[in-house]
Design a protein around this ligand. Structure first.
Ligand code: SF4
Ligand code: SF4
Length: 369
């Protein structure tokens, strides 16, 4: 089956006030079927390779709202299993990409349970291949259909992580660090994310806005309940909708601004064809990540003062919280972190302020100051 990007302006928004099975099912399945239709697919999945790509950033329980909700993954997988497809659940988390670690990740995030209940298999193939500009994990390259399932969260570097940013998980493990190192500038990094999504766009994009994360996302923020599911065949249109829903403008979210510039989605949220619930009923204000709040304040200051303060904003280790697990050290693209006396340390001179250390710390022991 051909994998092509469907640049539709149709986005779906459905009420889903909690994760009760009947609520999720009645919001998710009609949305999924509509998106398949928008792609022009016939209901013929027998023998096809379908990959469900949840956001599995790190080994955290579903209640932490850092990873995709397992019930959404289970229901989407079951839909295609029932129709005779070979369904695989696959993602590459931050940090190392090894079968043993994937097994633990699946257990903690509820994906093992989702696979057992749906009849899907869990990916343990850690091979990858170069495809165009990017190196992509094998199951995603071999899929006839990719269903991306993420969770709406703020993000320290990109401000928002939604449909476009979820694709960063298609790059294998530590290879992600190379992209951070190659694109230390935020705009360049976001441009890379948009290109990655253009080349490897899932045909179905579902974003969970039932319980989201605000503040210092994607892993150290606080929970925020919105009570809706959203989706589209076009990840760029979906992100435009979600940016508005969070109370951000496209100027606040570089990936959205770039998608508009490249003509991948309408210029304004008003030009989207929103189907289902009224966006105004769900539009709210998410607390911004600290780095973004500071950037907003810096705009108000004289340029010279702002430049000095900007330079000083950096990740800092809270020693009391640090348990010396080394996750941050392994995730640092600049290899500028280490452990001394079982506490993380940052050698500042090479830090590019990508905030991967903050993103992957399980103890919230890395803060941005
Ligand atoms: S800062 Fe966090 S990730 Fe790094 S060693 Fe300490 S607890 Fe682990
Ligand atoms: S110390 Fe943290 S913010 Fe700096 S380069 Fe390493 S991971 Fe990125």
């Amino acid at each position: 089956m051909e994998r092509k990007l469907t640049l539709t302006d149709r986005v779906y928004l459905s009420p889903c006030k909690n994760y009760k099975r009947e609520n999720v099912e009645s919001a998710l399945i009609p949305m999924l079927e509509n998106i398949l239709q928008d792609n022009g697919f016939a209901d013929d999945w027998k023998g096809k390779n379908v990959v469900i790509k949840p956001n599995l950033l790190a080994k955290r329980a579903p209640e932490a709202a850092i990873t995709a909700n397992p019930l959404l993954v289970e229901l989407a997988a079951a839909y295609f299993v029932k129709r005779g497809a070979n369904v695989t659940i696959a993602d590459s988390p931050g940090g190392l990409y090894l079968p043993k670690l994937l097994e633990r990740l699946y257990e903690t995030t509820g994906m093992r349970h989702a696979a057992e209940n749906s009849g899907a298999r869990l990916n343990l193939d850690i091979t990858s291949e170069k495809s165009g500009e990017f190196t992509i994990i094998k199951p995603l390259l071999e899929a006839d259909l990719v269903v991306s399932i993420g969770r709406l969260k703020t993000h320290m570097l990109a401000n928002m992580t939604a449909a476009v940013k979820n694709l960063f998980g298609s790059i294998p493990g530590a290879k992600k660090a190379e992209y951070h190192a190659k694109y230390p500038d935020k705009r360049d990094f976001c441009d890379m994310l948009v290109r990655l999504c253009m080349e490897n766009a899932p045909q179905v994009n579902i974003m969970d806005a039932v319980v989201c994360m605000e503040g210092n996302g994607p892993a150290s923020g606080t929970l925020k309940r919105v009570g809706a599911l959203s989706g589209s065949a076009n990840p760029f249109s979906l992100d435009l909708l979600l940016c508005h829903l969070m109370g951000f403008t496209p100027g606040d979210v570089e990936t959205v601004a770039l998608s508009i510039e490249k003509g991948l989605c309408p210029k304004t949220v008003g030009e989207l064809n929103v189907i289902g619930a009224r966006l105004s009923e769900y539009a709210t204000k998410f607390k911004r990540p600290k780095a973004s709040r500071d950037a907003g304040l810096l705009k108000l200051l004289p340029k010279t003062v702002a430049a000095r303060l900007k330079k000083e904003k950096k990740p800092v280790i809270l020693e009391k919280k640090c348990i010396g697990c080394g996750e941050c050290v392994r995730s640092c693209p600049q290899e500028t972190m280490g452990l001394i006396n079982k506490k993380a340390v940052i050698h500042r001179e090479n830090c590019i302020k990508c905030y991967c250390c903050q993103e992957l710390c399980p103890q919230k022991a890395v803060v941005v100051k």
